[in-house]
Design a protein around this ligand. Structure first.
Ligand code: AMP
Length: 357
């Protein structure tokens, strides 16, 4: 090869590289969203912030390729430490694999960075919903909507359980709905090995919905998630957080003040140091569910609504049971008269194997 052709070849490679780089850069554009900058593919237009969580900011956008609105979540510095990296990885893998209409679906994933060395930001593109349950809790819902939202939450949970995922951290901010009353669960909860107390983020973690077995560091089974659903139903009825503890200790106080000190056979399941603490709390008799959730909280203006109110209260009394061995299971909850009006085997028993592609 002459020197001339060698130089030409080199130039061609560099040009090609630069062209590609330019092309790649042309595919993305940046805009400021709050304190953050979103650098997204050009197909995503009209970005507007719609929420933020422990992992980052979420925007709505219009996807020109799919011709529909989507939600884009920018994971904030997912590789800043192992906890964040593991969480991001787990969320991505599970979102990609779990396929159920009551679990949020992943439409696309991208990074604007061009090489592994520069790789820093991850953007998840999801189906767009209208609001989270925190917003819905403020509303006066009729029994039909209330029970339908619960039914869908239980279908989503059942599907997660069947795929081997026990959530343990369901809360209203992680459940999203559309105005047609369809509902999806947004995340996959606590990883089995999560260093939950050590998450290095200024973001305040909400613990109001965590079950006694999580608060007290006991073993848990699938119906740990039923407790959270009970807390959410209670909040939808009361329009107030059921157990608004300042921390785990205060939260345990709120639980026993309302539901009463648990029985001796529950205390025997606790490890020694926790048991000593629990035994040394003041004793509370608790209140009946009629007192905790009186008729005035429910729409009860007709015989039908009165019946529904008593069914909802009965369901609450079976979900909000401190001892998990005496708490209703997900399957039993789906069969409960307040819920089973919606029962559709195709939704409840949807194929639960994980399909990863
Ligand atoms: P996250 O970071 O997943 O906890 O989400 C934070 C908040 O953003 C949620 O509480 C919702 O209000 C909102 N959000 C997240 N994903 C979506 C979505 N796919 N559709 C609508 N809102 C969402």
């Amino acid at each position: 090869m002459t020197e001339r052709t060698f130089l030409d070849a080199q130039k061609a490679v560099i040009e090609d590289f630069a062209m590609n780089k330019n092309k790649r850069e042309r595919e993305f554009y940046s805009l400021d969203v709050g304190d953050s900058t979103f650098t997204v593919l050009k197909r995503y237009q009209n970005l507007r912030p719609i929420g933020s969580g422990a992992q980052g900011i979420v925007c709505s956008a219009y996807d020109q390729n799919l011709e529909r609105n989507v939600a884009i979540k920018k994971l904030s510095r997912p590789f800043q430490n192992q906890t964040h990296a593991k969480r991001a990885y787990r969320e991505l893998v599970l979102m990609k694999c779990v396929n159920h209409k009551n679990i949020i679906g992943l439409l696309n994933v991208f990074t604007p960075q061009k090489s592994l060395e520069e790789f820093q930001d991850v953007y998840l593109v999801m189906e767009l919903m209208d609001a989270n349950l925190c917003q819905v809790i403020q509303m006066e819902l009729d029994h039909e909507r209330l029970s339908y939202l619960l039914y869908q939450t239980l279908c989503g949970i059942k599907h997660l359980h069947a795929a081997g995922i026990i959530h343990r951290d369901l809360k209203p901010s992680n459940i999203v709905v559309k105005s047609d009353c369809t509902l999806k669960i947004l995340d996959f909860g606590l990883a089995r090995t999560a260093a939950t107390g050590l998450l290095m983020t200024p973001y305040v973690v909400t613990r109001y919905y965590r079950a006694p077995e999580v608060i007290l560091g006991m073993g848990y089974q699938a119906n740990v998630d039923i407790w959270s659903v009970g807390c959410i139903l209670a909040e939808m009825v009361r329009h107030k957080i059921l157990f608004p503890g300042r921390d785990y200790i205060d939260q345990w106080n709120k639980v026993i003040e309302q539901l009463g000190t648990p029985s001796q056979d529950f205390l025997m399941k606790l490890n020694q140091s926790v048991r000593t603490y629990v035994e040394n709390r003041p004793r509370y008799a608790g209140y009946s569910f009629e007192k905790l959730f009186p008729d005035v909280l429910f729409p009860a203006d007709s015989d039908h609504n009165k019946l529904k109110a008593s069914q909802a209260r009965d369901l609450l009394s079976k979900m909000l049971v401190i001892d998990a061995s005496k708490r209703i299971s997900v399957d039993e909850a789906l069969q409960h008269p307040y819920i089973n009006v919606w029962y559709d085997p195709a939704e409840v028993e949807a194929l639960a194997t994980l399909f990863c592609h």
